[in-house]
Design a protein around this ligand. Structure first.
Ligand code: ZN
Length: 500
C-alpha cells in the first residue's frame, strides 16, 4: 500500500481542508494542529531522568522515552529531522539551572528551528512553573506545538494553553508531593535509628538498615590505632602525620564506582582522620541531622544543599549504644572536648605553634585575655605581642614583651616540676616505645600476609586455567607477576622497618 493510499483512507476528513497533506508522508497519526510550517522545521524529543540511579534502574522508562522518536515519525516528520535532546540525563527537572539540554531546547525554539516538542508527560520537560511558562511563552511567539503520548497541543489556542498550564501545575505539585513523602519516610526511619546513607570507614552496611564492624581485621586495627594515637598525640594533625610517616593506609570501601564496597587501601587524608575522630558512630551512637540541609534561593527558584555542621545539642536524633562501637561514649566526648580546646575559639587552650619561641600559640595577654601573637625579628629575638587594638579599633593599651626571659623561666619551672618523676617518666617512655614498635610490627605483618595471599590467589587462578587458552592465560600470568612484585615490595619495606 502506498503512503498516498493510506492518507486518503485514514486522515480525518475535517482536518483535510486545514492541513493539505503532502504526498509521501504517512498521516495515520497526523493531528490537525500540525501544519506544514511545523513539518518544515525540526521535531525535538526531550528526554530526561531525574537522577543517575534512575538512568540505570528505570530502563523501561528510558527506552519508552527513546521510542518517542518513532512516535514523531508517525506524526509525519522524516526521521532525519528528529532531534533528540538527552543531555539532561540524571538531572532533576526542578529547575532549568545546569540543565544544558533544556537551555538548548529554548535556544532552538527562539531561532524558529522547532516545529514540535515531544516528551513523555509534560512533567519530564519542566517541574517548575516558571520554566514551564517561559517555554510556553516562547512556543506561542515562535509558533511551536507541543505533544506528549496523549495528544498534540497548540499553545496559541486558548483551550490548549489552559490545559498545558494545568499540566505544568500538576507536574510541579507532583514533585513537591514526592519530595515531602520521601522526606517524611526518611525522618521516620531516622527516628528509629535505621537510616544510613553512607557508613564511615571501619563499618559495612549489611542491609539498608543494618550496620556492622568491618569484617577485615586490619581495617579495624587501623581505626583503633587512630584513636589510640589521638589519646597520645592529642591533635588530629599529629595523628595524620604519624600515619603518613609510617606509611599506614586506611581501608576504604568506596560508595560508588566499579569497585563499590570492595576494600581499597588508601593514603589517609586530614579529612578522613578528622571524620574518624568526630563521627559518633565509632562510639556506638546513631546520630541524624549533624549537617541539616538548607534551602537556598537561586535565580531559578529554591533548592536544597548540605548546610553547616551543627553542635550536638541541635542534632535531630541521637541514640546511644545501638551500634557496634570502637570506643566508649565517654572517650568520644573527651575527644570532642580536646578538639574544641585546640581550636581558636573563646575559652580554648590554644595550640602550640612551630617556631623557636616556646609559648607561641598558647600564651594569653594578662590585660585583655586575648591570645598573644608571636613576632620574630630574628630567631633569637622573638616577641609576644597583643594585637587587641588592631581588632577593636581603639588605643593600644596592652603591649608585648620579649620572649626570651619568659621562655627561660617557664622551661626552668617545667623541668623542676618534672624532676622527681624523671626516672619513672623515662621508663614509661621506653615502655611506650616498645609497645608502639610491637603495634607497627603487627601492622606490617598483616600487610605482608595480605600481599602473600594476593600472590597465592593470583597463582592459583593462573594454574587453574588451561595454558593453551591464549586469551586468558597471559593476562592472568601478568597479574600473578604483579602480585609477586607487590609482595616483594612489602617484604622489602618490612625489612627496612625491622632494621630501623
Ligand atoms: Zn591584650
Amino acid at each position: 500500500m502506498s503512503a498516498l493510499d493510506q492518507t486518503t483512507r485514514t486522515a480525518p476528513s475535517s482536518a483535510e481542508d486545514r492541513t493539505p497533506v503532502r504526498p509521501g508522508r504517512p498521516a495515520a497519526l497526523r493531528s490537525p494542529k500540525i501544519l506544514d510550517l511545523h513539518l518544515d522545521r525540526l521535531a525535538v524529543v526531550y528526554i530526561r531522568q531525574s537522577d543517575p540511579q534512575q538512568v540505570l534502574n528505570h530502563r523501561e522508562s528510558r527506552e519508552r522515552q527513546y521510542a518517542l522518536a518513532d512516535h514523531v515519525v508517525a506524526l509525519g516528520w522524516p526521521r532525519e529531522r528528529v532531534l533528540v535532546i538527552d543531555e539532561d540525563q540524571g538531572l532533576s527537572g526542578r529547575s532549568a539551572d545546569g540543565r544544558g539540554g533544556f537551555q538548548r531546547l529554548l535556544a532552538e525554539v527562539t531561532v524558529e528551528h522547532v516545529g514540535l516538542i515531544l516528551g513523555i508527560g509534560m512533567s519530564r520537560i519542566a517541574r517548575n512553573n516558571r520554566d514551564w511558562h517561559n517555554l510556553l511563552e516562547m512556543c506561542v511567539v515562535f509558533g511551536t506545538v507541543l505533544a506528549d503520548e496523549d495528544g498534540v497541543y497548540d499553545p496559541q489556542d486558548s483551550n490548549d494553553r489552559l490545559l498545558l498550564g494545568l499540566k505544568g501545575t500538576i507536574s510541579e505539585f507532583e514533585l513537591v508531593t514526592m519530595r515531602n513523602r520521601l522526606e517524611r519516610g526518611w525522618s521516620h526511619k531516622a527516628r528509629r535509628g535505621e537510616l544510613f546513607h553512607h557508613v564511615p570507614l571501619g563499618y559495612v552496611k549489611l542491609s539498608p538498615d543494618r550496620v556492622a564492624l568491618d569484617p577485615d581485621e586490619q581495617v579495624r586495627d587501623v581505626i583503633r590505632l587512630v584513636f589510640d594515637k589521638y589519646d597520645e598525640i592529642g591533635s588530629a594533625w599529629g595523628v595524620f602525620h604519624y600515619l603518613v610517616r609510617n606509611n599506614i593506609r586506611l581501608g576504604i570501601r568506596p560508595f560508588h564506582g566499579p569497585n563499590r564496597s570492595n576494600l581499597e587501601w588508601r593514603r589517609p587524608t586530614m579529612v578522613s582522620v578528622r571524620q574518624i575522630l568526630v563521627h559518633p558512630m565509632y562510639a556506638g551512637a546513631y546520630a541524624f541531622g549533624r549537617r541539616p540541609h538548607e534551602r537556598v534561593r537561586t535565580d531559578a527558584g529554591k533548592r536544597t544543599r548540605p548546610g553547616k555542621w551543627v553542635p550536638m545539642e541541635r542534632w535531630k536524633v541521637l541514640k546511644h549504644d545501638c551500634l557496634p562501637a570502637y570506643i566508649t561514649w565517654e572517650r568520644y566526648l573527651a575527644n570532642q572536648e580536646r578538639m574544641r580546646e585546640h581550636g581558636w575559639g573563646p575559652g580554648s587552650k590554644g595550640n602550640p605553634r612551630n617556631g623557636p619561641a616556646l609559648l607561641a600559640g598558647i600564651i594569653v595577654c594578662g590585660e585583655c585575655g586575648r591570645r598573644l601573637k608571636t613576632d620574630y625579628r630574628s630567631n633569637e629575638k622573638a616577641y609576644y605581642r597583643c594585637a587587641r587594638h588592631l581588632y577593636v579599633g581603639g588605643e593600644q593599651t596592652c603591649f608585648g614583651f620579649r620572649a626570651g626571659p619568659v621562655d627561660a623561666l617557664v622551661a626552668e619551672q617545667v623541668l623542676r616540676a618534672l624532676e622527681p618523676a624523671a626516672l619513672e617518666l623515662s621508663c614509661r617512655a621506653l615502655e611506650d616505645a616498645r609497645r608502639e614498635r610491637a603495634r607497627l610490627d603487627r601492622h606490617w605483618r598483616q600487610r605482608l600476609e595480605r600481599a602473600r595471599y594476593e600472590a597465592e590467589y593470583a597463582e592459583r587462578r593462573h594454574r587453574a586455567v588451561d595454558p593453551e587458552n591464549r586469551l586468558v592465560a597471559p593476562s592472568l600470568e601478568r597479574r600473578w607477576e604483579e602480585a609477586l612484585q607487590a609482595e616483594r615490595q612489602v617484604r622489602d619495606d618490612y625489612d627496612r622497618f625491622l632494621r630501623e
